[in-house]
Design a protein around this ligand. Structure first.
Ligand code: XIL
Length: 379
């Protein structure tokens, strides 16, 4: 009996010792190492966010605190787009881009500049041009001026944005119509000539869909074959709870990596609201209107959907970690739900919940699940 008690005490002391070691290790990892997304994924990829004009101007102190703590890469949500940065032929507006650069430098974060050549949010006067020489000269001037101003200070440029149709063919834009498909390598060559050290990307949405992926692979090959430098493909990643499937995301990471370029997820958000394009044909136009059906969670996201969102984010980040050797950056399109562009697109005035921080700047279940991936790996 004496012996049994002795053995039991020994076993008890031993287990208590190991359990308490385990607990203190967990605490150490959580408290010291994993205080933010950028720290948790530091060995894997940079973690970025898109910053709006009010956030650049520091008008939102709570957003500023999250930006400072959680992210190590910043992209301007709008202020470097053509209509803002080059609003009239002889007029550039560098005020907010300069402020953003200051913010990035002060906090030792990289600046990703978005975007040089895009048919959308183009200054209206550009669309009036009908002469190809005039447009070619303008494109060169635009790129030289803007890339030149930020030479040596920008980690990477989205040189061309959204040049592809859904079937993988080139989208008809003023650039394609007047300059032909050479406008793509030309834009990359112009940017590289001004700032040889900055990275240059092609950026688009739906790049995980097979037809568009094939188009993007061809587009990158054509740019490379023309002797232009291209460093990466930016997969925008405006996704939803069910799509695109993880298999297609993985196939895309592999396909773009095989071209010898970096893969990045540049505008990640996961919408939880009905998508008008998923509904049946005849309803589509009608459903672009706001309605109770299209805006089901105006006050609060039900727990079950919150968990679905967390599951989806966990699945996506597990895949990102599996291919972290190929992925250089993951950027969220916005800081918190309250400010997401998805509250007003494709339908105005809805309440969406696509990010890791809620409208009160609090960490969501999805945030904790993404962080837990690293906590469990550390052990
Ligand atoms: C969006 C901004 O978030 C909105 O504020 C703006 O009104 C429209 O553009 N693809 C892109 C981004 O490359 O620049 C877009 O940003 C979202 C889709």
């Amino acid at each position: 009996m004496q012996k049994l008690i002795y053995l039991f005490t020994y076993w008890f002391l031993l287990t208590t010792f190991f359990v308490s070691c385990g607990t203190s290790n967990t605490q150490a990892v959580e408290e010291e190492d994993l205080n933010s997304l950028r720290e948790a994924f530091a060995a894997d990829f940079t973690i970025g966010t898109a910053i709006s004009a009010p956030q650049i101007m520091g008008e939102d102190a709570k957003a500023a605190a999250l930006i400072a703590t959680e992210f190590n890469s910043l992209t301007p949500e709008n202020v470097m787009k053509w209509m803002h940065i080059h609003p009239r032929p002889e007029e550039y507006d560098f005020e907010l881009p300069d402020k953003l650069l200051e913010l990035a430098q002060a906090q030792d974060k990289e600046l990703i500049a978005h975007t040089l050549v895009w048919h959308s949010q183009l200054a209206p006067w550009v669309n009036e041009i009908s002469d190809s020489t005039e447009l070619a000269e303008l494109l060169a001037k635009h790129i030289n001026t803007i890339v030149g101003r930020y030479k040596g200070k920008v980690a990477g440029w989205d040189v061309v944005n959204e040049a592809l149709n859904e079937d993988g063919t080139l989208r008809e834009t003023i650039f394609l119509n007047l300059l032909g498909k050479d406008y793509l390598p030309t834009a990359f060559k112009l940017a590289a000539a001004v700032d040889p050290d900055t990275e240059l990307y092609y950026n688009d949405y739906n790049l995980c869909q097979p037809e568009k992926r094939a188009g993007c692979v061809q587009l990158v090959k054509d740019i490379q074959a023309a002797g232009a430098k291209i460093d990466g493909v930016g997969i925008q990643a405006h996704w939803n709870l069910s799509g695109p499937p993880l298999e297609e995301i993985e196939a895309s990471i592999l396909a773009y990596h095989a071209l010898g370029v970096k893969v990045m997820f540049t505008e990640l958000d996961i919408g939880v609201l009905p998508n008008p394009w998923d509904l049946d044909g005849a309803n589509v136009n009608q459903d672009f209107e706001n309605s109770e059906f299209m805006n089901p969670y105006p006050q609060i996201l039900p727990d079950a959907v919150q968990t679905q969102l967390a599951d989806r984010y966990e699945g996506v980040f597990k895949l990102f970690l599996k291919h972290s050797d190929k992925i250089s950056r993951v950027t969220f399109w916005g800081v918190h739900d309250g400010h997401s562009w998805l509250n007003n697109w494709p339908i105005n005035g809805r309440t969406n919940y696509p990010l890791l921080f809620d409208e009160n700047y609090q960490k969501k279940e999805a945030y904790h699940r993404v962080m837990a991936l690293k906590e469990s790996i550390e052990h």
